[in-house]
Design a protein around this ligand. Structure first.
Ligand code: ZN
Length: 116
């Protein structure tokens, strides 16, 4: 597993200990994917990374001070889609869905007007 250089903090987080090795050098890890971006948030969980043993696991997000991490550039990044490919895929999916909804609405409206 590649070692993740964290831009968040390299300092020990007070009151947080690694679940696996007990080290105090546990820091907040960035959210990856929809599971961590959406489901973890709903459950008030955040990914944590141990600098000692490199373990990465979910922990209560309240354990970490808010506002220390970088702001998100867009909504897709906020919900955990960090890499460009995943964001592009999601953007295309959303656009196609919106166009589909508009088309269904227009077709339905025209059909209803024809019935009357
Ligand atoms: Zn550890």
């Amino acid at each position: 597993m590649p070692v993740e250089r964290s831009a968040l903090t390299e300092h020990p987080t007070p009151g947080v200990r690694c679940r696996f090795c007990g080290s105090a050098h546990v820091h907040r890890s960035r959210r990856r994917g929809l599971k961590e971006g959406v489901l973890y948030r709903l459950a008030l969980l955040a990914p944590a990374r141990c600098s000692q043993c490199q373990a990465r696991y979910a922990t209560l997000s309240l354990r970490f001070k808010a506002g220390r991490h970088k702001r998100y550039r867009n909504f897709l990044e906020f919900i955990g889609l960090r890499d460009f490919r995943a964001q592009r895929k999601a953007a295309i999916y959303i656009a196609v869905t919106l166009v589909g909804v508009v088309l269904v609405y227009v077709v339905a409206t025209v059909l209803l007007m024809m019935v009357k």
